[in-house]
Design a protein around this ligand. Structure first.
Ligand SMILES: CC(C)(COP(=O)(O)OP(=O)(O)OC[C@H]1O[C@@H](n2cnc3c(N)ncnc32)[C@H](O)[C@@H]1OP(=O)(O)O)[C@@H](O)C(=O)NCCC(=O)NCCS
Length: 166
């Protein structure tokens, strides 16, 4: 459990399915993501996996965390995957009802703080080049661009957890 000023971050559980599927299928939320339609079947399977595999920071570990308000309302989720002993990749999805209030940044900042407890010191995130909101979030948190591909239409951003100010 990660606690920030306004949010709680925890593993997803089966009670999150309805909310998860609802906001992940909003067109503006799915627009720059890897899915067109996010099914209940997929959500169920993912949550079952997450519940069985607690995150330990070992290579290939991956998980999905719920972002909730302090009253328990699920407003988004975070993805975490260990690429190797130095690097972890993150992804984030917020229900558009809650955009523009600083929740995305607050959640990712909380996650970065928690990641300091694990061995990986490099955090990376890939975004589609048109995803201006996501780029703003990453730059605001101190990430900088290290990769760009016109073939995949994406950009990679990196943050070193031991850099000053992160
Ligand atoms: C990427 C995403 C999380 C960003 O959401 P967001 O609402 O723009 O970002 P934040 O929640 O950090 O909010 C930042 C905005 O809140 C404003 N804000 C309001 N109150 C604030 C507060 N207390 N603290 C910080 N910012 C605040 C900021 O000024 C900023 O406004 P601006 O965008 O006009 O500059 C969201 O757009 C999203 O989930 N998109 C779909 C999924 C996606 O594309 N994910 C990325 C691929 S991995």
């Amino acid at each position: 459990m990660i606690e920030t000023e306004r949010l709680l971050i925890r593993y997803l559980d089966q009670e999150d399915i309805d909310r998860l599927v609802t906001y992940r299928n909003k067109p503006e939320v799915a627009r720059y993501q890897s899915w067109n339609h996010y099914s209940r079947f997929e959500a169920k399977g993912r949550i079952r996996y997450v519940q069985k595999h607690p995150y330990t920071g070992k290579p290939k570990d991956n998980t999905q965390l719920a972002i909730t308000l302090k009253n328990g309302t699920l407003i988004g989720d975070l993805h975490l995957e260990v690429l190797n002993r130095n690097t972890v990749t993150i992804g984030y999805t917020l229900d558009s009802t809650y955009w523009g209030q600083g929740y995305g940044r607050e959640a990712v900042r909380g996650l970065l703080e928690a990641l300091k407890e694990f061995p990986q010191r490099k955090v990376i995130a890939y975004i589609y080049r048109q995803n201006d909101r996501s780029r703003k979030l990453l730059l605001d948190l101190g990430f900088h661009k290290f990769d760009e591909s016109s073939f995949y239409d994406d950009e990679g951003y990196i943050l070193r957890l031991d850099e000053e100010g992160s």
